[in-house]
Ligand binder design. Structure first.
Ligand SMILES: CC(C)(COP(=O)(O)OP(=O)(O)OC[C@H]1O[C@@H](n2cnc3c(N)ncnc32)[C@H](O)[C@@H]1OP(=O)(O)O)[C@@H](O)C(=O)NCCC(=O)NCCS
Length: 336
């Protein structure tokens, strides 16, 4: 019996990071810290930050343009945009703003989903459902965050970790019957959502009692809890995803993990028993760019020759919510 579910093709990837670099040494101007403290605990040396009028929409637009071009398409070919952002600069919404900047003439649907640093994997799952059921044929996924506007720059426990950036993927209905998503699992546990929180600045109506919650629009994080969660949950989850696909870790060519902490990346690497050349890590230069970190690592990895195309990779993400997910994907020639 032939499947009625239409296969998905990853047709193009792109990324963009802002030009301004903030090194660990630069951070010593803000608070008592050191390059050595940050680097040994996180693997981060520097991060990129937006400046002036630039924000996540600009980064997302550039990444999208690159992904569309790499897919051999034009903006007019896109028939839906999914934005993945923790907190877009304009809440209503990253995807609509990117649609406008791309000057797409048709009023194609554009919306955001929020799954923080797992946003790209969640967006891929939504796109898979849309392509699979034939609703849309060509979807742009744009993952972009300007974390530097969201961290409290007096909090040295969180502001050392994050950076800004964008990644984008164009996915289409596959024309050769091959589905580039071999397996995709997503999960969430709202009971531990308080590990990382970001509440939009807001106040109750002045005529009623005010809330005591901290609605300051800044990221608050229980770093140790997040770390423990990540190293216990994610490596096991990735391993389960591989076995549910009836594969073995050695059957997959690359691990492209969310870039949150080099020690967390190494915990996943050890579980899969992968040598360094199979693991894509650029956290040293960008820090944690939320949902953008996986597509940045993917697109940059291809550009730098670390990832050879015509291969497979396991993408895995985790973050606020708490949310997590893993996807085993095919990386075709020509996507970047
Ligand atoms: C943030 C993180 C690096 C902190 O490392 P840690 O070993 O847990 O450090 P702690 O927060 O316990 O702090 C240890 C000490 O260093 C101090 N410290 C914290 N940040 C510091 C900094 N940037 N520089 C110097 N000292 C610092 C603390 O004040 C504390 O001092 P004390 O013992 O005198 O109170 C680590 O918890 C982490 O990476 N967690 C995961 C976070 C993450 O990935 N989040 C995103 C998920 S998508």
């Amino acid at each position: 019996m032939t499947s009625l579910v239409k296969p998905l093709k990853i047709a193009g990837v792109g990324y963009n990071v802002p030009g301004s670099v903030v090194s660990n040494n630069d951070l010593t101007k803000l608070y008592e810290t050191s390059d050595e403290w940050i680097y040994t605990r996180t693997g981060i040396k520097e991060r990129r930050v937006v400046s002036g009028e630039q924000d996540a929409v600009d980064l997302g637009y550039e990444a999208s343009k690159m992904a569309i071009e790499n897919a051999g398409l034009t903006p007019e070919d896109i028939d839906c945009i999914i934005g993945a952002s923790s907190a877009p600069p304009e809440v209503y919404s990253l995807a609509c703003n990117v649609q406008s900047k791309l000057q797409i003439p048709n009023k194609i649907p554009a919306f955001d989903l929020t799954a923080a640093c797992t946003g790209l994997i969640y967006a891929l799952q939504v796109a898979k459902g849309m392509i699979g059921s034939g609703i849309y044929k060509t979807i742009l996924i744009v993952a972009s965050d300007n974390n530097s506007k969201l961290v409290d720059w007096t909090d040295r426990g969180t502001s050392i970790l994050f950076g800004d950036g964008a990644g984008a993927l164009v996915v289409t209905e596959s024309d050769d019957g091959i589905d580039d998503i071999i397996r995709l699992n997503i999960s969430a546990d709202g009971n531990i959502g308080h590990y990382i929180s970001l509440r939009y600045p807001s106040n109750n109506c002045p005529l009623v009692e005010q809330s005591s919650k901290i609605d300051d629009g800044k990221i608050h994080m229980a770093g140790k809890d997040v770390y423990k969660f990540a190293v216990t949950t994610v490596p096991k989850y990735v391993e389960e995803c591989i076995s549910e696909a009836n594969l073995k870790a050695e059957d997959i060519d690359y691990l492209i993990p969310h870039q949150a902490n080099q020690r967390i990346i190494e915990a996943i690497q050890q579980r899969l028993k992968y040598p360094d050349e199979k693991v894509i890590s650029n956290i040293k230069y960008y820090g944690n760019t939320s949902a953008a970190s996986i597509p940045i690592a993917l697109a940059e990895g291809v550009k730098q020759g670390k990832i050879k195309l015509g291969s497979t990779a396991i993408l895995c993400g985790f973050g606020a919510g708490m949310t997590w997910g893993a996807a085993i994907v095919r990386l075709r020639q020509g996507i970047c």
